[in-house]
Ligand binder design. Structure first.
Ligand code: FES
Length: 158
């Protein structure tokens, strides 16, 4: 029996999702996405819970998690900066943006601040190359970045 559980709202969303699939286990990815949204990351307890919901052994959930590295297994900051390192963003100066964010947030890439306020990640192409260099901040895309626009975003979010 898992030690965590979805809120009523997430549980309703889960039921809506799972109803769209012929088998419960086929809803693994959207369920993990929902779980990450609810719990912030996929802890071992959440793995067990997702397994129970989908009626599969927890090891099957772990197998999916180790394949899809986009899911967080550790707590992430409230603000998750994902700076694209794809070729277009690289050619248009993403390194400068990453270095600027590292300095401003006092973090290295792939680190989370001790107060869980920020996480800085470097990611592959986010499919918005026409706005390179760009980043995803939580659910929002920010493109045509300069160090100045990054500062404006930081001021707005802090
Ligand atoms: S290379 Fe950055 S969005 Fe495609």
């Amino acid at each position: 029996m898992s030690k965590v559980a979805f809120s009523q709202e997430s549980l309703s969303e889960f039921e809506r999702i799972v109803a769209q699939y012929p088998e419960r286990r086929a809803a693994m990815l959207p369920t993990l996405y929902l779980a990450e949204k609810e719990f912030g990351h996929i802890s071992p307890e959440v793995e067990v819970y997702v397994g129970e919901l989908l009626q599969v052994p927890a090891i099957k959930v772990r197998e999916v998690l180790t394949f899809y590295t986009l899911f967080a297994s550790k707590p992430r900051g409230k603000l998750h900066f994902q700076v694209c390192r794809g070729i277009s963003c690289d050619l248009r100066g993403c390194t400068k943006i990453i270095e600027h964010l590292q300095e401003k947030l006092n973090l290295n890439s792939e680190e989370t601040s001790a107060d869980l306020a920020y996480t800085l990640s470097e990611v592959e192409c986010l499919g918005a190359c026409e706005t390179a260099p760009m980043m995803q901040l939580n659910d929002d895309y920010h493109g045509d970045l300069t160090t100045e626009t990054v500062d404006l975003i930081l001021d707005e979010k802090k």
